[in-house]
Design a binder for this molecule. Structure first.
Ligand SMILES: C[S@@+](CC[C@H](N)C(=O)[O-])C[C@H]1O[C@@H](n2cnc3c(N)ncnc32)[C@H](O)[C@@H]1O
Length: 287
């Protein structure tokens, strides 16, 4: 690799890390080339060197952010990690249902939700069990650092390839309408999820307390130091009996003391120590 190429990847790597906490491994450089090519074509940028010089002076902040978003891995699908997801929407939600009978309120946060398949999968699970949850106030929040991923998530628009990934045909027909080449989430489904832009490196206390937090397949791309920071930031936002769900290849072990493995639900995590009761004012602000 030439000196200028090494410098280019260092600049891209620094940019990605600054905005998302992610590190750019050398064996992923080929992926970056592929991801940036369409962006360069759209903006009539002839080569990587020109793109780098524009980024260095932040000539167009939108281009800089588009570059970050192109480098981020948005891979996702409906009902990802099926067995674990079924554990979440079955026994975990049942446990919380019992614990929240008095308030009949449940708050769920799909952090790093990418293009929305994760929170819509949760929403569909509640819809499928509508009788059981009748009279409940179910709040599903979903966030991501990527504005373009969120635009797609909010619109609930999926290609044929995306809609087929993980979504059974019955649910595809029940919750989505086909329009040309795309499948669009019905309003009733879209209304169940509130999307918001949020960078997990920052505090999200303004979102309030949650009963379930999903932070899946994001930590694995972060540098070691940043993983702990993200977990520390979300720890105070999870109810004492709340559940944290990570990706299948992720763990809290060695990253933070704030969570421990759940004894009851294999592969899930719970706060390590009870916090002081949640402040009602915080609940009121986001209700
Ligand atoms: C591989 S996708 C995982 C999506 C979904 N959680 C799943 O498991 O299918 C990772 C997502 O994390 C988001 N992400 C990366 N760094 C982030 C950060 N610092 N704050 C918030 N989201 C971030 C990316 O934009 C991307 O959409």
């Amino acid at each position: 690799m030439s000196v200028s190429e090494t410098k280019s990847y260092r600049i891209l790597s620094d940019l990605l890390e600054k905005h998302t906490g992610q590190t750019l491994l050398a064996n992923r450089h080929w992926r970056i080339d592929m991801a940036l090519k369409p962006l360069m074509r759209q903006n009539s940028i002839p080569d990587l060197e020109t793109l780098i010089s524009l980024i260095e002076i932040d000539a167009d902040p939108r281009l800089t952010m588009a570059c970050v978003e192109a480098m981020v891995n948005n891979e996702t699908c409906f009902f990802r990690d099926q067995a674990n997801f079924a554990l979440l929407t079955g026994p975990v939600f049942d446990m919380l249902r019992e614990h929240r009978m008095a308030s009949k309120r449940l708050r769920i946060w799909s952090a790093a939700c990418s293009t929305g398949q994760e929170p819509y999968s949760i929403a569909m699970s509640f819809s499928e069990n509508a009788d059981k949850w009748r009279g409940w106030n179910i709040q599903i929040f979903a966030s991501d650092v990527s504005g373009s991923a969120l635009t797609q998530a909010r619109a609930g628009r999926y290609s044929q390839f995306e809609i087929q990934r993980g979504l059974p045909v019955m649910q595809m027909l029940r919750y989505f309408d086909q329009k040309g080449e795309e499948w669009i989430a019905k309003d009733s489904l879209r209304k169940m999820v509130t999307f918001t832009e949020h960078n997990m490196l920052n505090s999200a206390r303004h979102l309030g307390m949650f009963d379930v937090i999903l932070c899946r397949n994001m930590l694995m791309y972060l540098g070691e130091d940043k993983r702990g920071l993200v977990l520390e930031a979300i720890a105070p936002m999870l109810a004492n009996d709340g559940i944290l769900m990570l990706g299948a290849a992720e763990t809290v072990i060695g990253q933070t003391q704030r969570f421990k493995a759940s004894q009851e639900f294999r592969g899930f995590y719970q706060p390590a120590a009870a916090k002081a009761p949640a402040q009602p004012a915080e609940y009121r602000r986001t209700a």
